[in-house]
Ligand binder design. Sequence first.
Ligand code: ADP
Ligand code: MG
Length: 252
Amino acid sequence: MSSIAAFAAERISVRYQTRSGAIDALRGIDLRIADGEFVAVLGPSGCGKSTLLKVAAGLITPTGGSATIGGKRLDRPGRDVGVAFQKPNLLPWKTVLDNVLLPARTLRLALGPATQRARDLLELVGLAAFANNYPAELSGGMQQRVGLARMLLHDPELLLMDEPFAALDAMTREALTLELQRIWMAQRKSVLFITHSIPEAVFLADRVVVMSARPGRIVDDFAVPLERPRTADTMASAAFVDACRYLRGHFQ
Ligand code: ADP
Ligand code: MG
């Protein structure tokens, strides 16, 4: 593995203080993501997956341990990451193009090149013809694609995705999973992809990291033995089915 990880968590712990007492969400998480590596984090609901993602995004400071991105200590939301959530949170009064351009202002990108890049990214996610439409005119899957384009606008090194397809119907979800692999192969970013879908994790990831129930700890780190590009046929292959069965064993 290269010396500087795209993302490295060392002994990360997070304890939330609530009115009914302290909640240990994460306990002693060690996780490294190499340059260009796609890592899925799989775990039951409430085990601390979103908490881990928020630590990586610099949105919460861990109670213990440290996290680095590209070797730099993380202490605030950084411009080295792109984030996508379950809901794309598009602004309904802005066009698709302007929604993709939203981060340009906060990140102080020059508008000319940013607009060209936004158009290129809309092309990449298959929405070039919808640049001037409004979010309400798009299906849920198309809206999520706008979110993916926006996440890529500032060309971040590390992509953080928190169950980005969980709200979509099964067929749209499968189509977007294939789409994400294509985008990732074209852009070769490092990815931390949170999911509670075993097949989605196996299909997309180089490694699947399994978390225990809260307080989240890492109980397995599984290298997915499947060639790329993976296709719809991959999901029917013995190697795919075996990998899913193996991982399902953690949750029975
Ligand atoms: P997951 O994404 O795996 O479902 P989360 O990271 O959202 O899990 O939450 C992990 C645990 O921490 C849960 O028990 C949740 O209730 C608790 N939790 C999450 N965010 C907060 C918060 N801001 N304050 C208090 N408790 C929280
Ligand atoms: Mg979550």
